[in-house]
Design a protein around this ligand. Structure first.
Ligand code: PGA
Length: 253
């Protein structure tokens, strides 16, 4: 059985004080709502990883995640953060290849393949993002683009490595726009991704991979999105910054 996961991507938001307040609100509410079948991941800004991890303590449901990691091991890379550093502070998840990293920081498929390798070699879980921009959706080549993104950054992995990856499908036109993919559009693409994984790794491996949907997930659309058979949870941006809204999304799973 694959895991149900709701991950909040806080992006570059919140002061430390606000981050701690949000975490404590989420902890208070999630404790009552979730029965152990769901993992909640808070992908917080780097400066808060240790504090929020300590705040979560031994919480069995809520985990902390980083939003990026360097493709290098160590050395003269000013401003970068290595997987070893993230690992050394006990953070289990790392988002890799978010569309904002691809778009604003020029991260391409080859670089992301290297980052995925580093994260897995460190024993951490990559949340690998893929998804098409609007013009690709409009010209109808979205399925082949997303398959290509998955193939170029993940298909070099062994089956055992791939099983440790979480995939997030995030259509770029739905991120931060308030324009969610319909549950059918999400399900269709998730099924395409799963089938593509099966073509290389077989059905058993492909059925074990959690595929999250991201892009304007809100409390009022989460239930329908999460009810799709191939949608195993969400990667939530804007709505993860408000505790009640985020917890409603967690509950929807
Ligand atoms: P959004 O962001 O929920 O604000 O659309 C999702 C994401 O970028 O992961």
């Amino acid at each position: 059985m694959r895991h149900k996961i709701v991950a909040g991507n806080w992006k570059m938001n919140k002061t430390l004080e606000e981050a701690q307040a949000l975490t404590s609100e989420i902890m208070g509410m999630v404790a009552d709502e979730v029965n152990g079948s769901v993992k909640v991941v808070l992908c917080v800004p780097f400066p808060y990883l240790v504090t929020i991890k300590n705040q979560l303590g031994a919480n069995a449901t809520i985990f902390v995640g980083a939003q990026n990691a360097s493709e290098h091991d160590s050395g003269a890379y000013t401003g970068e953060t290595s997987v070893a550093m993230i690992k050394s502070v006990g953070v289990p998840y790392v988002i890799i290849g978010h569309s904002e990293r691809r778009q604003y920081f020029g991260e391409d498929a080859k670089l992301l393949a290297t980052k995925v390798n580093k994260v897995l070699a460190g024993g951490l879980t990559p949340i690998f993002c893929c998804g098409e921009p609007l013009e690709i959706r409009e010209n109808g080549t979205h399925e082949s683009l997303v398959k290509q993104q998955v193939e170029e950054s993940l298909f070099h992995l062994s089956a055992n490595e791939l099983k440790k990856v979480v995939i997030a499908y995030e259509p770029v036109w739905a991120i931060g726009t308030g324009k969610t993919a319909s549950s059918q559009q999400a399900e269709d693409m998730h099924a395409v991704i799963r089938k593509h994984l099966a073509s290389k790794y077989g059905a058993e491996v492909s059925e074990s991979i959690s595929i999250l949907y991201g892009g304007s997930v809100k409390s009022d659309n989460a239930k329908e999105l999460f009810s799709q058979p191939n949608v195993d949870g969400g990667l939530v941006g804007g709505a993860s910054l408000k505790s009640r809204e985020f917890v409603e999304i967690v509950k929807a799973i």
